[in-house]
Design a protein around this ligand. Structure first.
Ligand code: NAP
Ligand code: ZN
Length: 355
């Protein structure tokens, strides 16, 4: 029997979140049913709920930084048992046999495309998928992650499922490590995890921020220095000196201001996906020093598990501010003002409370 899920949804791009209920599938043989304890709030939730990327299906229940407790498992499930802590990130399915899936890069699935945890095509019930701003979820065990952190850390683990993997994956792919000068642009949810992870990998980390008051926090999070990106003089001091820059900014901006900071053969990776395009970057800046401008999408399931284990080994979690689901619209407004330190996490118990 499918089960009734309670959630908060955006019913349109313009209206505030409101209660919504829908059906979750009955767990199949390979499925894990999870009661959601905590769900992080990603800027992608905002882009999607407000229709900034196009293609949003309403009602939209965002949320892809999910930590919860297993309440049921199908008879074919081997990795999880009832009572376990489990996590779900940005995807809940993929074709499983294309070259990208075969290499455990399911986020780049080439046949059906990855099934997003929300706003994806629900291959079992039809319609679209509903994410973690809800009381429970049913997911194929191949897309469920194990959490080694202690119970007291679970709320702060939730953001690792997107902000953590989205920063860990490019840092690994471009082999960031000791002896390298690494920039992180934007100290928000992704950026603050990028700083922690890059520092744990041994890099010399510089934060670029538009918010001068985040300086002390950036240093506390593990940055070795902080540059206010609007200050041209401060920026000029770093010309041609970076091996790698991770750009997490959620809004269109001048990419050349950062491209010129790369060394010969340096790379800037964009993970932020603004609703409107950036001004076109200068070709000469790329050509003259063989610089690269690249992009990166979350990370595969195996790499997400590797990231969770890495964070556990290094004692890393997100810096969070806990909110009730009823406060989600305010949290979005604060996110737009860069006023988030450094990830909102919804305590999902609040769904049972009156507004
Ligand atoms: P966030 O918490 O809102 O952080 C973004 C940060 O960017 C802000 O805190 C701010 O930092 C800086 N910023 C904001 N507006 C700016 C502007 N106009 N100019 C310069 N800097 C600005 O967002 P997030 O959750 O980290 O997500 C960041 C972006 O990554 C979003 O577009 C999201 O959709 C995308 N994303 C991509 C992936 C992927 O797989 N590629 C995964 C998750 C999210 P300062 O105050 O320090 O300047
Ligand atoms: Zn996200």
């Amino acid at each position: 029997m499918p089960s009734k899920a309670n959630a908060f949804a955006a019913y349109s791009a313009e209206t505030p979140f409101a209660p919504f209920s829908f059906e979750r599938r009955d767990p199949g043989p390979k499925d894990v049913a999870i009661d959601i304890l905590f769900c992080g709030v990603c800027h992608s939730d905002l882009h999607t709920a407000r229709g900034e990327w196009g293609g949003t299906c309403y009602p939209c229940v965002p949320g892809h930084e999910i930590v919860g407790r297993v309440t049921a498992v199908g008879e074919g499930v081997t990795k999880f048992a009832v009572g376990d802590v489990a996590a779900v990130g940005c995807m809940v399915g993929s074709c499983g046999h294309c070259p990208s899936c075969a290499e455990s890069e399911e986020q780049y699935c080439e046949t059906t495309a990855m099934v997003g945890t929300y706003n994806g095509a629900d291959t079992v019930l039809g319609g679209h998928t509903f994410g973690g701003y809800s009381d429970h979820i049913v997911v194929d065990e191949g897309f469920v992650l194990k959490v080694s952190h202690g119970e007291e850390d679970l709320a702060a683990v939730a953001p690792l499922l997107c902000a953590g993997i989205t920063t860990y994956s490019p840092l690994r792919h471009w082999k960031v490590g000791e002896g390298q000068k690494v920039g992180v642009v934007g100290l928000g949810g992704l950026g603050h995890m990028g700083v922690k992870i890059a520092a744990a990998m041994g890099a010399h980390v510089i934060v670029f921020t538009t918010s001068p008051d985040k300086r002390e926090d950036a240093l506390r999070l593990g940055a070795h220095d902080v540059v206010v990106s609007k200050d041209k003089e401060q920026m000029a001091l770093h010309q041609g000196s970076f091996d790698f820059i991770l750009n997490t900014v959620a809004a269109p901006h001048d990419l050349d201001a950062f491209m010129v900071l790369l060394k010969r053969d340096g790379t800037m990776v964009l993970v932020g996906v603004p609703g409107e395009p950036h001004p076109a970057p200068s070709v000469a800046n790329l050509v003259m020093r063989r610089r690269a401008l690249a992009g990166s999408l979350i990370g595969g399931i195996a790499e997400t598990q590797e990231m969770l284990d890495f964070c556990h080994q290094h004692g890393l979690t997100a810096d969070i501010e806990m909110i009730r689901i009823q406060e989600i619209d305010d949290a979005y407004e604060r996110m737009l003002k860069s006023d988030v330190k450094y990830r909102f996490v919804i305590d999902m118990h609040s769904l049972k409370q009156p507004a």
